[in-house]
Design a protein around this ligand. Structure first.
Ligand code: ATP
Ligand code: MG
Length: 454
């Protein structure tokens, strides 16, 4: 086993040296410092398990050192030495997280016992923490499937940024797992035991969104019979997930910006300023930066939200994940519906891999669910898949263009072929092409007006 490390902080060299010797003999690795400042410098550079510190010292005293040590590495146990007349300080030290205190003159047996007990406690704390983080892993990234390089990178990013309070903006098409990711970030953060509150901004009309977010006081508007907490207050000390954030009206965006910058707001119809401590995760299926450039989204708010940016790739751009997802969902529905589907045939898997999933993972999941529920197959095969997915395989996925083809022509051809691939479903085609439904309708109109197309 590795040697445990003790740092002695004592300005009286006799006391310091004798403690050093005592613990060296017992097999500990030892450091000695003669005041708090020197100790802290050492502490920053060395790994230290236990600190034994005197109270009254020049430069930096025991209390200040204790506070610094607990801030830098909270699991370090600190034993405080109190001389006559500093007992009050020792009590203060206990409140600040010292493990115990011992009075001068120091009894070697007592101090040895204290060190042993402090180490035992430390081991337990560390084991507990280890266990907790393992459990969190098990429940909160395990259910997000992804072996593709793109997804693995995203998982790494999540692990990295989860502990910090910075805002996160998740951009991805519908059904790519934005909510799943938001959840994972919250449950991997120190806020995990506090609330995770979701607001679907698109479902809230302009009239009610502010009272939903910030709450309201009684009589703030007709129908406000009682005062009510908003989502911001509910999420205090936890995480607020602003889903479909692009749909927040411009007037509300200004207020949101203030909460992000200052952590405070007022309820609708109220004048008391409420302070909250919240981490914000926002999601959008549109390129918010473009929306900001176009003036429908405040640029300053965009930058506030976009401290960490996570772009979730569409399923068609990570086809290698499809087999893992398919098997994961089969397993999931086996459990949910008490079925015993053994797997999926290679033929069916090929089709699933080549289909253009415009609804992404959600669409794939629903397809598997309905195939299993409707057919209860032993092995999921082609005949269990919906017709439109089975038919899809004959369609070319690639349209060759000669270099220098006029863009207008490229656009027209792409539009026509995508519509064919989606069997004329304009919503689906729009999603594949990354434009909104209104735009696709307009483009179709434009094409119709061209003489070359009948
Ligand atoms: N990587 C994944 N692994 C397993 N399940 C996934 C994954 N990504 C998404 N899902 C599942 O797909 C469904 C859609 O995911 P989610 O709701 O997080 O997507 P979304 O991006 O928020 O969609 P929308 O934009 O429509 O709100 C959920 O049932 C989710 O569990
Ligand atoms: Mg969602």
């Amino acid at each position: 086993m590795e040697k445990k490390v003790i740092l002695i902080v004592e300005d009286d060299p006799n006391v310091g040296e004798s403690l050093l010797l005592l613990f060296k003999k017992k097999g500990y690795e030892m450091h000695l410092a003669s005041n708090g400042k020197e100790a802290l410098d050492l502490f920053r550079q060395e790994i230290v398990d236990i600190v034994i510190t005197d109270m009254v010292m020049p430069k930096m005293d025991g209390i200040e050192l204790l506070e610094a040590v607990k801030a830098l590495r909270p699991e370090t146990e600190v034993i405080v030495i109190s001389a006559q007349g500093t007992i009050e300080k020792a009590v203060q030290a206990m409140k600040l997280g010292a493990f115990d205190f011992i009075e001068k003159p120091i009894n070697p047996k007592v101090i040895s016992l204290l060190v042993e007990r402090a180490l035992e406690k430390q081991t337990l704390v560390l084991q507990n923490r280890d266990l907790r983080s393992k459990l969190e892993d098990k429940f909160h990234l395990k259910n997000i499937i992804g072996r593709s390089e793109k997804m693995v990178k995203i998982f790494e990013l999540i692990r990295h940024i989860a502990p910090y309070d910075s805002s996160v903006l998740i951009i991805g098409e519908s059904g790519t797992g934005k909510e799943l990711i938001a959840n994972a970030i919250h449950y991997k953060s120190p806020r995990a035991s506090m609330p995770f509150i979701k607001v679907s901004c698109a479902s809230l009309s302009e009239g009610i969104i502010e009272s939903e977010l910030f709450g309201h006081e009684r009589g703030a508007f007709t129908g406000a019979i009682a005062s009510r907490k908003g989502r911001f207050e509910m999420a205090h000390q936890g995480t607020l997930f602003l889903d479909e954030v692009e749909d927040i009206p411009l007037t509300t965006q200004i207020k949101l910006l203030r909460v992000l910058q200052e952590g405070e707001f007022e309820r609708v119809g109220g004048n008391k300023t409420i302070k909250v401590n919240i981490r914000i995760i926002a999601a959008s299926n549109r390129d918010l930066q473009e929306a900001a450039r176009g003036g429908v989204f405040r640029e300053d708010l965009y930058y506030r939200l976009n401290v960490v940016n996570i772009k979730l790739p569409a399923l068609r751009d990570r086809k290698e994940d499809i087999p893992f997802l398919v098997n994961f969902f089969i397993e999931k529905f086996n459990q949910k519906y008490q079925m015993k589907v053994r797997g999926v045939s290679q033929r069916a898997m090929n089709i699933l891999m080549n289909y253009l999933w415009s609804g992404n993972v959600r669409e794939l999941e629903n397809t598997i669910e309905s195939a299993l529920v409707v057919n209860s197959p032993e092995v999921l095969d082609i005949q269990h898949l919906p017709q439109e997915i089975r038919d899809f395989k004959e369609r070319p996925e690639v349209i060759p263009f000669r270099i220098g083809t006029p863009l207008e022509e490229v656009e027209r051809e792409m539009l026509i072929q995508t519509l064919k691939a989606t069997k004329g479903n304009k919503r689906r085609a729009a999603r594949l092409l990354g434009i909104n439904v209104r735009t696709i309708h307009r483009k179709i109109e434009e094409i119709r007006e061209l003489p070359s197309i009948s």
